[in-house]
Structures are given as structure tokens and as C-alpha cells.
Design a binder for this molecule. Sequence first.
Ligand SMILES: Cc1cc2nc3c(=O)[nH]c(=O)nc-3n(C[C@H](O)[C@H](O)[C@H](O)COP(=O)(O)OP(=O)(O)OC[C@H]3O[C@@H](n4cnc5c(N)ncnc54)[C@H](O)[C@@H]3O)c2cc1C
Length: 414
Amino acid sequence: MADEPDVAIIGAGAAGISAARSLAAGGLTCLLLEALPRLGGRASTRETSVMPLDLGCGWLHSGDRNPWTRIAGELGFTVNRDTSAWGEQFRDLGFTPAEHTAARRAFARLSERLATTPPVTDRASDALDPADGWTSYLQVLSGYISGDELERISCRDYTAYDEASTDLNWRVPAGYGALVAASLPAQAAICLSTPVEAIRLDDRRVVVETAAGSVRARAVIVTASTNVLVGSSIRWPSALDPWRHAASRLPLGSNEKLFLEVIGSSPFEDETHLIGDPRDATTGSYYIRPFGRPVIECFLGGAGARAVAEHGSAAAFERATDQLAALFGSDVRRNLRPLLASDWTRTASIGGAYSHALPGQSDARTLLARPLDDRLFFAGEATHTTDFSTAHGAFQSGARAAAEVIAALAAVVT
Ligand SMILES: Cc1cc2nc3c(=O)[nH]c(=O)nc-3n(C[C@H](O)[C@H](O)[C@H](O)COP(=O)(O)OP(=O)(O)OC[C@H]3O[C@@H](n4cnc5c(N)ncnc54)[C@H](O)[C@@H]3O)c2cc1C
């Protein structure tokens, strides 16, 4: 272990790798310490016999201004710019065009109220209008977008993201996680399977303790998720209590993915989409045969994703198969085989999907992003005030924290 780097980075996800790139470009040595046995954190591509599958981030949101689009080009990854099929309900199965139009209108009205006439409570559910109907549908969309129900979502936070988004959603066929992992700079030292157990400030350095030994660095960048910051897996200096309090106001929601392999001749068509049951707030959203490959991705958010953590992936696969059989006919059961499932909530060093601000708490993002004593710096998706919950927000936060470190260390005589 390089035990006296200029900078130790806790976590080798999109934020940590981005910070390492900026530090290397700025001529500083860095060591990434990562609890998992792989790079990428919530960016995770799994190679399968069918195709590379992204268990975490899969879409380059705001693709036209997403830094990963440029990095993909530099590293020789193809970016697919086709329009996503999300908005469609394949052959109107289980959701008539009139219902779909009404449900979409209810969502547009809610988004408009969140932005223009938000309730004083800043609680998104208080902007629901019963006259619009479709509350279950709006809750399920909230689960997909924010990982939690509208009761726990800040209007201000939601709108900050929405207004900054360019609504262009692109993909990397080789996998977003593969792209993030490939972007680690050659100069960065990394220790995988090395959970940080404690952080201490001594006279001039920050000491990071792991089971494999201690690291003394001039500065540390922390990129662990908000749920990890709040939890007890790392012993923090008490001076960090205000940061951990800020993190507690930005909890991770729940989102999970299930991948089903499509076998034999089936009614599933390439690049199509449907929602399993728009009246059920736990329903899956099904992306069918992405890039024409024999796979269906079932995306779950909020209550639907929490059920996976509670009842296990076997039950979730059964439920997804039941939903598809209800829409396409029970013959499709023989076309479907469970392939892969995510387990973000129960992955100890992650603890959920992506952050959302609780009502009235959107300022916590700025509080979490502040440095402590020009030695401890914070990055990670939750520290971004508009692009939170994404891999590009994580990237930008890592670059921001690295710039802060470079400026702070340049001002210090060692
Ligand atoms: C199901 C799902 C779908 C998603 N879809 C999209 C999408 O389509 N597009 C998009 O842009 N974003 C998406 N996201 C969100 C995106 O993946 C994340 O916002 C982003 O990857 C977070 O990066 P990060 O570096 O901030 O955090 P992380 O990726 O969590 O990195 C932090 C790292 O710190 C490590 N760590 C934690 N504790 C310790 C410790 N004690 N010692 C050492 N290491 C530690 C963790 O293991 C982790 O690797 C999705 C996420 C999920 C879960």
C-alpha cells in the first residue's frame, strides 16, 4: 500500500475515479481505497453470455453535456444516441392510449406545480391534486426517478434536477460501468477489497485506517454514499458530525434491476417498453430486448425495489414473470429465465440506490460538499446540487473536490 500519498480517496466509484483523474492531471499522487473487490461502485457492468448488463447506472442522462460522453469517445467506447423507448406502452397492453395520456398529463401537471407553485411544506406529495387521479402511477414514477415516495421528496430538490436535465438519455452498449472502470488513470494507485475503518486528523495529516494498515495523506476525499456516511462502518472524527447530519437529510432511495433472458421464439420485440401495471405503485418498468439482445430489464423503484431487499430476488423474478404473463399471455413463461439481479440496498458499502433530499432539506447538498479544515473533502453524487443521483453528477463532484484539494495543498508549505 502506498502509505504516504498526497491524497487518499475513499471509494472508487464515478466520483472517486474522476477525482483521481483530476489529481493525476494536477501532478498529485493519490491512492484509492475501495471496499468492494471491483472498480465503479454503483457503476457496475456484468459480462453475461447474452450481453454486458448494467446493474447500476445504464443511461448517460443529459447525454449532450455529460462528461462521460466525451470520455467514452476518448477511450473508444461507442455511445448510442437513439431515443429511449421509455415513453411507450408496447401495443397499449394493460394501459389504453386514453389512460396513458391522462396519466402522463397528471405527471406533467404535478411537475409543473412542483416547479411553479410548490407547497410551503416543500413536500412533493402535498402538490398532488386528487382531481388529476393516477396517484399510484405518480408514486411509481417517483420511485423510478427518486427511489422513494413523494411524501419523502423535496420539491426544490426535484425541480433543481429537472430544470438542469436536457432530457437526452444515451447509452454505452459495452456498459456504463465498464466505461467508468476503464477511465481510472494509470498513475492512480488502488487497493480493492480494502474497507476504510476509521479516519483521524493528526497534526498535519489525515490518517486512514484499514485492516491492511494505515495511510497518512495530506488530504482525503470521501466519496462514500450518504447511507454509508450516516452508518457505523467507518469511525469518523466528531468534527464531522455536521456533515453526517447533512447526509442523513439526503438518504438513498431504493432501486433495483432484474434481468430476464428471453429464450426461443417470443412476442417480445426489440427496443420496446411497457409498465407492468400502472395502477400498482410497486410495478416494474420493462425495457424489452435492448439493442435487439434477448434480455428484458425490469426496473423497480421505491416500494417495488424495497420488496426485492425484503423478499429476495427469486420472489421478484416470479412477480416480474407474472406481470409479463398477464400482459403477453401465459405462454411467455417458457420464454423467460432469471438471469441477473442487483442487490444495492443490501450491499453494505453502498446501502441503496441514489440520494434525494427530504422535504425542506435541499440545502444539505451544499453543506455536505464543504471541506473540513482544508484536509477532508467530500464528493459523490449526493454533493451535486443539480445532477445528483447520476454518474455524471458524481464525476463532476469528483473533479470539483480534486480542484479544491489542489488549491488547498498549493497554499500549504509541507
Ligand atoms: C439501480 C440503479 C440505476 C441507476 N441508473 C442510473 C442511470 O441510468 N444513469 C445515471 O447517471 N445514474 C444512475 N444511477 C446512479 C449512479 O449509479 C450513481 O449516482 C453513481 O454511480 C454514484 O457514484 P459515486 O461515486 O457518487 O458513488 P458510489 O458509486 O457509491 O462510489 C462510492 C464507493 O465508495 C465505496 N465505499 C463505501 N464505503 C467504503 C469504505 N468504508 N472503504 C472503502 N470504500 C468504501 C463503495 O463501495 C463505492 O464503490 C443508478 C443507480 C442505481 C443503483
